[in-house]
Design a protein. Structure first.
Length: 147
């Protein structure tokens, strides 16, 4: 495929070209994709449960232990995120500009989700809803006696 065809296809899919970047508009969300880097969205196409709940917790300013408590409360203890997983994901999210550190008091760092992170979280929320709706269509057609 030629560069022109790629660019034409990008325009058809609501992408706009700006020198080194492609700007993708999805609803109110804008993703800037640097040609020279892997696209973060592709790497995070489907969030894991810990990823989803960490981002959900960070819709308000939180520190690490607060994030773990919020996840425990939200899920009724069903989802446990250990410190190693939490801090590895926080570092990755911060590197990808999905969250940002808003304050630091000694070793206690406080984070909050960015606009990019909120868009990612919202896309995952909508994807999960679609999964449930698809499952509902399937199960509504079947009875519990169909085996």
């Amino acid at each position: 495929m030629t560069i022109k065809k790629v660019i034409d296809q990008l325009y058809k899919n609501n992408y706009t070209i700006d020198n080194r970047y492609i700007e993708y508009r999805y609803k109110r969300c804008i993703f800037y994709i640097n040609w020279g880097e892997k696209m973060a969205r592709e790497q995070l196409k489907n969030l894991t449960e810990p990823m989803y709940y960490i981002l959900l917790a960070l819709t308000s300013k939180q520190h690490g232990y607060g994030i773990m408590q919020t996840i425990d409360t939200l899920t009724g203890g069903r989802v446990k995120v250990g410190a190693g997983t939490l801090y590895a994901l926080l570092a990755r999210f911060e590197k990808e500009n999905i969250i940002s550190q808003v304050s630091e008091d000694g070793r206690k760092k406080t984070y909050q989700i960015t606009d990019k992170g909120f868009c990612l979280l919202n896309e995952e929320y909508e994807r999960l809803i679609q999964l449930v709706l698809d499952g509902k269509k399937y199960f509504d057609k079947r009875s519990y006696h169909d085996e």
